[in-house]
Write a protein that binds this ligand. Structure first.
Ligand code: SF4
Length: 717
């Protein structure tokens, strides 16, 4: 039997924001294996367990293969693509006609490609006129974004991965890269092995796998990060370890901050954080004496009702010591998802427009109106994730299109999300996998192409844009997400014309939709997006797909005429604020949104496992990935588990719901603090959904929910 020779196609792992390069091994028809791309600068050939098993996720039994029409009792019927898009367009058109464009919404994902994001954002804002488009990146990086913007003037990670090797102090706070960004963690381990003088400080309520390599571990009380960071700055000032020249030349707001942190003495911070004073002092001294201090953070800071404050308090440490804009120095946010950054670049959020533009800015709206060739864009930001699902429950938003995400498992207060989807008049779920927990509430399922089955661009944690090439055809009738959005837009235009809905321009809806979505291929989308970045902070007008193919992944900005992207930002000490100076912000420490009390006396934190990803739609297809942890285990300190023997079942209750989980005694937990993994939905653990317990309290600026603290009680099940 003749067999095609094994081919290798360049791609990127579609899991975490590390953005590891992979080579897909295939015979032109089937993906057969995967190995790390030795030339990709994010991983140089390494892959973690999730990346190494990627090929097992594509020919999985739970792939969505054809459009399905569903009834709410679970009946499903195969439907032709044209009929599916026609039905969706008819339902959307009727709702738009009767209730206005703000009655429809899109909820998308940091796992979509840049091209997908660009098209769905243009569909919502440019064609329909609804700014209700948010993404699961709201659950992930929103506070990092608002923190960066508030302190440094723009949404951007100023660092690169080489800074891990260049630093001589790593301050890891609210992150567990050993599990969530394993290849970044390998790099940290290597840096430590090469340079034993590298000091690693880990601040986390759990003694995580990452904490195992810490020289200094700070087990702070959940939610008390602002107090710790202010306390460290207090010590730095007292010990004269601040950089007065840098503060004078490049910052503003120092006097207010100095006054604020005066009250955060080690003694007071010790009480607020439940930490020994010595540890606070030592952490500050290590940071302050370092030649190059790099901080790394992730959801432990972001997923908080005070996430923005935490990020700005961390950035304060860098600005006060001049630890930014130099090799090995700076505040480095580890991006959760593979393309959370790309989504923001194209404006795929309710407050944004392409090229990091703001909807509330009239000039920005005018620029995008001109680029798209549409009339004035809606000036009000749309709703963010949690308020969006509340608006669906209230009946204000009547149709929602959910792409590449599983909000029934991933949003907080899971019962509220269920009520919302039950109340919606029309729900479209577009995904590469079926069934998912969210699909149970769908009226229409649309099958999407997955990793290796389509071309795509993504941006990783260090602003590096990579190109994912197509290795094989998508199975069944699955199609790239951008194609589905494009064809829906064109069909919607035709239906709006047929039903006589007045067009906002002299041009008919259908001709407008054909013009706005004239994308024969994904490169045509990239070119339009690239033009939208001209003159902006993320300008990539010098980048082309040919450069990405020939020279490999590139960091932005990459200006026209440049020969490469920029490795680090702010090397000249000039910041994109009106004054050109970075801003010190002086938030007061505030407690968690839901304090413990007599009824709910324990603190629940949620987080990730090493070998699982999000809500298991993809990793749940790989049996081997359950070998590490097979079910949602409640990690509890033995002191809190007197009535709960190891391996017994516990009932965990909060004001919102109940979870049943098996008990694991863990001295890594602080007494009084529990941990549950966030991945398991009802398909994998019928009573084990951590987000049945979490609360929808939001950061007032970023609108990111507080997944990292809920008051609970626990008892034998
Ligand atoms: Fe994929 Fe992240 Fe693992 Fe790299 S570290 S292989 S991007 S999951």
């Amino acid at each position: 039997v003749w067999q095609s020779p094994l081919q290798e196609t360049k791609s990127v792992c579609p899991y975490c924001g590390t953005g590891c390069g992979v080579l897909i091994q295939h015979d032109g028809r089937k993906i057969l294996g995967v190995r790390g791309d030795p030339k990709h600068p994010a991983n140089f050939g390494r892959l973690c367990t999730k990346g190494r098993t990627l090929h097992q996720t594509v020919q999985a039994p739970d792939r969505a293969l054809q459009p399905l029409l569903r009834d709410r009792q679970g009946g499903e019927q195969v439907i032709h693509w044209d009929a599916a898009l026609g039905l969706a367009a008819e339902r959307f058109a009727r709702i738009i006609r009767e209730h206005g464009p703000q009655a429809v919404a899109f909820y998308v994902s940091g796992q979509l490609s840049t091209e997908d994001y660009y098209v769905v954002n243009k569909l919502a804002k440019g064609l329909i006129g609804s700014n209700h488009i948010d993404t699961n990146s709201r659950l992930c990086m929103a506070s990092a974004v608002t923190g960066y913007k508030a302190s440094l003037g723009m949404d951007s990670v100023p660092n690169c991965y080489e800074d891990i090797e260049a630093a001589n102090c790593l301050f890891i706070i609210g992150a567990n890269p050993a599990y969530a960004h394993p290849i970044v963690f390998r790099r940290i381990e290597d840096a430590k092995a090469r340079n034993p003088d590298l000091k690693i400080i880990v601040a986390d309520p759990r003694r995580t796998a990452t904490a195992s390599i810490a020289d200094l571990y700070l087990p702070l009380r959940p939610g008390s990060d602002v107090a710790l960071l202010h306390g460290m700055l207090h010590v730095l000032i007292w010990e004269e370890l601040i950089d007065r020249d840098y503060i004078a030349a490049h910052t503003e707001g120092w006097a207010e901050l100095k006054q604020r942190v005066q009250a955060y003495t080690p003694q007071r911070v010790s009480e607020l954080c439940d930490l020994p004073e010595d540890l606070i002092r030592e952490a500050a001294l290590e940071f302050g004496r370092a030649h190059a201090a790099l901080s790394l953070w992730c959801q432990g800071l972001n997923q908080s009702s005070h996430g923005t404050d935490k990020i700005t308090a961390l950035i304060n440490l860098h600005l006060a010591t001049g630890q930014i804009g130099r090799p090995g120095a700076g505040p480095f946010s580890l991006t959760g998802q593979p393309n959370a950054m790309g989504g923001r670049e194209v404006g795929g959020m309710p407050n944004l427009l392409p090229g990091h533009r703001e909807i509330i800015n009239p000039e920005h709206r005018a620029e995008i109106s001109r680029l798209w060739g549409v009339e004035a864009l809606h000036p009000e930001p749309g709703l963010t994730a949690v308020p969006l699902f509340k608006a669906i429950e209230r009946g204000e938003i009547k149709a929602v299109w959910i792409a590449c995400t599983n909000p029934v498992v991933s949003l907080p207060d899971q019962q509220q999300v269920v009520r919302a989807l039950q109340a919606a008049e029309f729900v479209v779920v577009q995904d590469a996998y079926h069934p998912t927990e969210t699909a149970e509430f769908a009226d229409l399922i649309l099958p999407a192409a997955s990793w290796g089955e389509r071309e795509a661009l993504v941006t990783n944690s260090e602003r590096r844009i990579s190109r994912l090439a197509q290795a094989v055809s998508a199975p069944g009738q699955a199609r790239p997400d951008w194609e589905i959005f494009r064809d829906f837009a064109r069909t919607l235009g035709e239906i709006l014309d047929m039903t006589g809905h007045p067009s906002p321009q002299t041009e008919s809806w259908s001709s407008r939709a054909r013009r706005l979505f004239d994308y024969p291929d994904s490169e045509s989308i990239f070119k339009e997006f690239r033009e939208s970045t001209r003159g902006r902070d993320l300008d990539i007008t010098g980048l082309s797909l040919a450069i990405l193919d020939e020279q490999g992944p590139q960091q932005w900005p990459f200006h026209e005429g440049a020969t490469g992207g920029r490795q680090r930002l702010y090397t000249d000490g000039i910041f994109p604020t009106p004054s050109g100076r970075a801003r010190f912000l002086a938030p007061a420490y505030a407690p968690v949104a839901e304090e413990i009390d007599a009824r709910y006396p324990l603190r629940l934190t949620t987080g990730r496992l090493r070998d699982q990803w999000h809500t298991l739609s993809r990793t749940g297809q790989v049996a081997g990935l359950f070998q590490h942890v097979a079910e949602p285990l409640l990690e509890i300190h033995p002191e809190d588990a007197k009535a709960l023997p190891e391996g017994s079942l516990a009932r965990i209750s909060s004001r919102r719901g109940t979870v049943i989980a098996r008990v694991r005694h863990a001295r890594a937990q602080l007494p009084g603090t529990l941990f549950l993994p966030m991945h398991f939905g009802s398909r994998f653990a019928p009573q084990g959904m951590a987000n049945a317990l979490t609360l929808p309290a939001l950061d007032p600026v970023s609108k990111q929910p507080e997944f990292k603290h809920a008051a609970v009680r626990v008892e034998p099940a």
